[in-house]
Design a protein around this ligand. Structure first.
Ligand SMILES: NC(=O)c1ccc[n+]([C@@H]2O[C@H](COP(=O)([O-])OP(=O)(O)OC[C@H]3O[C@@H](n4cnc5c(N)ncnc54)[C@H](O)[C@@H]3O)[C@@H](O)[C@H]2O)c1
Length: 335
């Protein structure tokens, strides 16, 4: 997290949520079953939506952002608003002296993310950021497998995300077509965070972004080539607009290779000299629990959270680099 600030002394962390949209259901389902946190307040620009969510999940408080931030027992605020206001809302949370737990992306670009982390440092509060998948079963199993040495030294990483686009899963996807919000911006953080956690920092990245027929400035397709500090080379392709969906990561090593998905529940596939072997890694009953646990541990001084504001800013740097030319071509500026 961004600052070595105070941690909760209560043991049970008081949580507020800003943004009562689609993803709030998953957060509320998970957070309200976790004994170490207590969801106390839910706020939204649309206060009626906040009220409905609060009643659905038995959250005692609901209303405006100002009312949430004035609730003393709320120590950490989960920011589930749309990406274009993540920094603005994050800065309001920080100004109220509360810790920020942000949905991805932390900011529209690296400068926005840095500004938020600096504000948090000055206020002595901390910043955690999604994605929770880096602590999910599939990715953690991949991490253990690679670290066990079963595929030898890692030479390459391949990432492939293809999808018809957010219209296929979101009831009101307009915000996902805002200037910066194509597949790299929206889905890329899951893969980039995971790869860095698995294989180490990105040293260099280059690539192309383009868009096809949509009435939006967001990129539809991004292809990337990167070199990790370890010396391993990687390739990524993130594409919206294809008929099928595919979500695949491959890690290629001197002794074998590993294939897994970021969002699916199918087994990982390990290929070595002994042949191909499936490794089961089903979702836990409460999928966000590992991330919730580490965020709470950090706030209560019992441990550390690996998915931080700093890791999110590193991800933003890679996204900025890959989208720089596309953004310049279309006059997209954020900070
Ligand atoms: N929907 C998904 O499947 C999904 C999955 C993972 C992550 N996310 C991320 O979660 C975030 C929210 O996504 P969503 O799908 O729930 O969006 P959504 O549009 O369904 O909901 C966003 C909510 O935020 C509220 N809001 C916007 N600006 C606000 C402000 N300034 N103050 C208070 N409330 C404000 C809106 O009124 C709306 O209710 C995004 O960053 C998205 O990338 C979404």
């Amino acid at each position: 997290m961004s600052a070595a600030g105070p941690s909760s002394a209560t043991g049970r962390v008081g949580v507020g949520i800003i943004g009562a949209g689609v993803i709030s259901t998953q957060y509320l389902t998970n957070l309200t079953t976790f004994a170490d946190v207590e969801v106390l307040f839910i706020a939204d620009l649309d206060t009626e939506r906040a009220r409905e969510r609060a009643e659905e999940f038995g959250v005692p408080g609901h209303g405006t952002v100002a009312e949430l931030l004035a609730t003393a027992e709320v120590e950490v605020v989960v920011n589930l608003t749309i990406p274009s206001v993540h920094v603005e809302v994050g800065e309001q949370i920080v100004a109220a002296g509360k810790h920020v737990w942000s949905e991805k992306p932390l900011a529209l670009d690296r400068d926005g993310g840095r500004a938020l982390l600096q504000a948090a440092d000055r206020a002595g509060v901390r910043v955690a950021c999604a994605p929770d998948t880096m602590l999910g079963a599939s990715f953690q199993t991949a991490l253990r497998t690679v670290r066990s040495g079963r595929i030898g030294d890692v030479l390459n990483a391949l990432v492939l995300l293809q999808s018809p686009g957010p219209e296929s899963w979101h009831p009101s996807p307009e915000f996902l077509f805002d200037g910066g919000a194509g597949p790299l911006f929206d889905i890329g953080p899951y893969y980039l965070t995971a790869l860095v956690h698995l294989l180490g920092p990105v040293a260099r990245v280059t690539g192309y972004a383009t868009r096809f027929g949509r009435a939006t400035l967001a990129e539809d397709v991004v292809s990337a080539s990167f070199e990790l500090e370890s010396g391993a080379l990687g390739t990524g392709l993130w594409s919206y607009g294809t008929r099928e969906s595919r979500d695949e990561v491959r890690i290629l090593g001197t002794e074998g290779s590993l294939r897994f998905s970021t969002f699916g529940e199918e087994p990982l596939v390990l290929t070595t000299a002994e042949g191909e072997r499936a490794i089961e890694a089903p979702y836990p009953a409460t999928v966000q629990l590992p991330l919730i646990q580490t965020v709470v541990d950090e706030l209560t001084g019992r441990g550390t959270c690996p998915s931080t504001g700093e890791s999110a800013v590193r991800t933003a740097r890679v996204v900025d680099t890959l989208l720089a030319e596309h953004r310049e071509r279309h006059g997209l500026t954020f900070s």
